[in-house]
Design a protein around this ligand. Structure first.
Ligand code: GLU
Length: 480
């Protein structure tokens, strides 16, 4: 059978980066194996559902470039792909399990269960459903069903033997069946639990490989027993290690860690995020770090996956992003940088094309741009000590002389372009006996108020224009 992988998120919020990684790996395995990538929405826990979350999942996957071949909004031969729209599919299988003795009706109320849970914890035991309702007589069960007493359907776990499976990353995992709980298959509202729905759907949708987080490792032996009881063949399993924010905790929005959307909003590039996420837990087994999606589709493999939790290192992502920024064709960079410039610069007032040339190679993340260029819109306050620079041999006193000298030279500039300014100043400085740095450093400080700027004195003078430049020099001089 050809490869069929699925990404099966629950619509409980935004797409977090661990989820994005699961989706990406599943997508890449599907492409690599000429298979099919399926999106399935798992919304059987309607209390946890967040309105709008489904649309967000579609939008995020699209933004990430993860095209799914089948899914709720694109259709496919196994439709529908939303579990709540498949709700009639599950009950017959649960009933089949009841008939074969692999499942049973349970009428225990929440209060009764809480009481037993409490008693177990007082005895220092972990509560496990005690199969109370399994031993109910046929007549009693029928009477309750006839009386409309609410019930759930539970799986009857074997109490002896072991159940296990082979995980593609973690290898063979076996558990003692006596430790397994009689999980609920169908809830009192008639909907299946995630536990049951994922098994039924993976089977009905001919899924050949299940990829998901390690939080499901311990449940998988239970799922395999359900497959067995229904006479189905389980898929291959690939459980992915957790993405950690640091050594002690999982990446989580609750602690302010960014989601995929957040990163895009901050001005990280899609391709940089994808490249970075691909390497969070997978290694191409060589030194190369930069890969396009097309390349990943060719080389991604199970063998390169790592067992240990991966660390989400924001600095590393930023480093990746800076490299992707530099590689962007200039026109593309200009187009995406412009709105960020315009957050602080009045549209039409500055030569943004020239500014973009100056910022292109030093843009780590787009959201740093407004701060990098805001001095153009408004002269920042600064301390005269900023004029002090050892290597340039400047200090406030040298600055004062230099500015007093340079002001009339600039006032006489016939034209205000970078070239004319350069051709006017450089020979004049040489003639004056001062060093270039002794003039250009203070001049740049005097008109920018910043120690570091994109571009040097000539570029900034050009961007500011004649009048603003001369005004700023006069203002800074008056403070010396
Ligand atoms: N719906 C589950 C979740 O969002 C997915 C588990 C699975 O892929 O089987 O965590």
């Amino acid at each position: 059978m050809s490869f069929r992988g699925r990404f099966a998120p629950s619509p409980t919020g935004y797409l977090h980066l661990g989820g994005l990684r699961t989706a990406l790996y599943t997508y890449l395995l599907a492409r690599r194996n000429n298979g099919t990538f399926v999106l399935r929405i798992e919304d059987t826990d309607q209390e946890r559902e967040v309105p709008g979350a489904v649309e967000k999942i579609y939008a995020s996957l699209r933004a990430a470039g993860l095209r799914y071949d089948e899914g709720p909004d694109v259709g496919g031969p196994y439709a529908p792909y939303v579990q709540s729209e498949r709700k009639d599919q599950y009950l017959p299988f649960a009933q089949q399990l009841v008939e074969s003795g692999h499942a049973y009706y349970c009428f225990c109320t929440k209060e009764e269960l809480d009481e037993r849970r409490q008693a177990a914890s007082e005895r220092g035991e972990t509560f496990k459903y005690d199969k109370h309702c399994m031993n109910m007589s046929k007549e009693e069960r029928q009477a309750k069903l006839d009386a409309g007493v609410p019930y759930v359907i539970r799986f009857n776990m074997p109490t002896e033997g072991t159940s296990g499976f082979d995980d593609l990353i973690y290898g063979r995992l076996d558990v003692d069946c006596s430790t397994l709980d009689d999980i609920i298959l169908i809830k009192a509202d008639g909907l299946p639990t995630y536990n049951f729905a994922n098994v039924v759907d993976d089977h009905l949708m001919d899924i050949t490989m299940v990829t998901r987080g390690t939080e499901y490792l311990s449940s998988t032996p239970k799922y395999n027993l359900i497959y067995e009881a229904l006479g189905w063949t389980p898929p291959q399993y690939l459980h992915l290690p957790t993405v950690m924010a640091d050594a002690t905790r999982k990446l989580s929005k609750r602690y302010g860690d960014p989601s995929f959307e957040d990163l895009l909003d901050m001005g990280y590039l899609r391709d940089a995020i994808i490249n970075f996420i691909a390497l969070l837990g997978w290694s191409p087994r060589n030194e190369r770090e930069f890969y396009t999606m097309e390349e990943l589709e060719q080389i991604f493999d199970v063998e390169g996956l790592n067992k240990s939790p991966s660390l989400f290192d924001m600095q590393k992502l930023t480093w990746f992003n800076a490299e992707y920024m530099r590689q962007l064709p200039f026109e593309e960079y200009l187009a995406i940088a412009t709105p960020w410039f315009e957050k602080v610069l009045e549209p039409g007032k500055f030569d943004l094309r020239r500014l973009a040339e100056l910022t292109h190679s030093r843009t780590e993340v787009l959201n740093r741009l407004p701060d990098m260029v805001s001095f153009l819109a408004e002269m920042p306050e600064f301390d005269n000590e900023l004029y002090t620079h050892k290597k340039m041999k400047t200090n406030p006193e040298v600055a004062k002389q230099a500015l007093e000298w340079v002001l009339p030279v600039l006032e006489g500039a016939p034209e205000w372009t970078e070239t004319t300014l350069h051709d006017l100043l450089m020979p004049a400085i040489a003639e004056s006996g001062m060093k270039n740095g002794q003039v250009l450093w203070p001049l740049r400080i005097a008109i920018s108020g910043r120690e570091a700027t994109p571009g040097g004195a000539m570029e900034i003078m050009y961007l500011l224009g004649r009048e603003e430049t001369l005004n700023r020099i006069r203002l800074s001089l008056s403070k010396l």
